[in-house]
Design a protein around this ligand. Structure first.
Ligand code: PBG
Length: 326
């Protein structure tokens, strides 16, 4: 092995052209997925205080916003609904006229080429705020599967392109696959939130989606942050059940999990740069403590370098702008 002075690492760092040629990881607008919140019964955007710049959208303003995203080159949105009515079994989650079902139809009527991914989970629709149905104070696994499959089907019937189950019930990917196939939707991909950890980084999202559990927490279904081997088992099971894309969530505290999944499986991997990760950067930037654009690009490049193919991020429109001007 040659060494200094024969080897000089700085030779290929001398200018941007050279650095561009040897760059290993690229961030592109095609990789971005933008999460959006659509609330029933509002008529103007409702700002989410813990997520500066992010709002809950009224149905009637959704079309114009999605046109803006399409013009920026963003290929996909991930939809979350905030219904007027909640109940014990999350009825509005699978109602034909539910808020997400209406939002899907609105987007498809305005920007048909925008890929619509829908979050499939009951927590925004249940009065207790858990991701499944409750019996004797426990979140019931098997009883929740039929409802989740019904929810996924109603999204696809409304026009969703991809469904993304985030509830972490065992067997939900298989239940959804069976339901979609039986109903003639063999071609609809499932993006499984496979390794979803019980994380403090979801705090601001729960303000945005109104989905904080009314008792207890999600640790009996979401994963323990300490476990990486278990995450690999979750991923393997979701693949066996028919997942087309697997997800690791959150991203930043779990880059090692993304890397291990990348080294073991050949499916596309999505990483969710979640609300808390967004809000921490926003807060520091608003204080003038960090350079927002630089930090966001560095963080997202890091998630890509760890092995993610696609990035779900609240920064998507900003990143699309920055990439355009870079
Ligand atoms: C569940 C869901 C959550 C997020 C996405 N889907 C919240 C939770 O599990 O409590 C979090 C996303 C984020 O924090 O940005 N429907």
């Amino acid at each position: 092995m040659s060494k200094f002075p024969i080897v000089r690492m700085r030779r290929t760092r001398q200018n941007e052209k050279l650095r561009g040629m040897v760059r290993e990881t690229h961030l592109q607008v095609e990789q971005l997925i933008y999460p959006m919140f659509i609330a029933e019964g509002i008529h103007r955007p409702n700002p989410i205080l813990s997520m500066p710049g992010i709002v809950q959208w009224p149905l009637e303003m959704l079309g114009r916003e999605v046109e803006r995203l399409a013009a920026l080159g963003i290929p996909a949105v991930l939809l979350f609904g905030i219904p007027n009515e909640k109940d014990g079994v999350g009825s509005q989650a699978y109602a034909a006229e539910g808020i997400v079902q209406q939002a899907i139809r609105t987007i498809k009527a305005t920007v048909p080429e925008m890929l619509i991914i829908t979050d499939v989970c009951l927590c925004e629709y249940t009065d207790h705020g858990h991701c499944g149905v409750i019996l004797n104070g426990n979140v019931q696994n098997d009883a929740s599967l039929a409802l989740l499959a019904q929810m996924a089907l109603s999204h696809v019937e409304a026009g969703a392109d991809i469904v993304a189950p985030s509830d972490m019930m065992d067997g939900r990917v298989g239940a959804i696959r069976t339901m979609l196939d039986e109903q003639g939707y063999q071609q609809t991909p499932i993006m499984a939130y496979s390794a979803k950890f019980a994380s403090g980084f979801y705090g601001p999202f729960r303000d945005a989606a109104g989905s904080t559990p009314q008792f207890g927490d999600r640790r009996s279904y979401q994963m323990d942050p300490a476990n990486a081997r278990e995450a690999l088992r979750e991923v393997a099971l979701d693949i066996e059940e028919g997942a087309d894309i697997v997800m690791v969530k959150p991203a930043l505290a779990y880059l090692d999990v993304i890397r291990q999944v990348r080294d073991r499986v050949d499916l596309p991997i999505a990483a969710y740069n979640v609300s808390g990760e967004f809000s921490m950067i926003k807060a520091a930037a608003q204080n003038g403590w960090i350079d927002e654009q630089r930090i966001v690009m560095e963080v997202l490049t890091g998630i890509r370098r760890a092995g993610a193919d696609m990035l779900i991020t609240y920064f998507a429109p900003d990143v699309a702008e920055w990439l355009r001007h870079s």
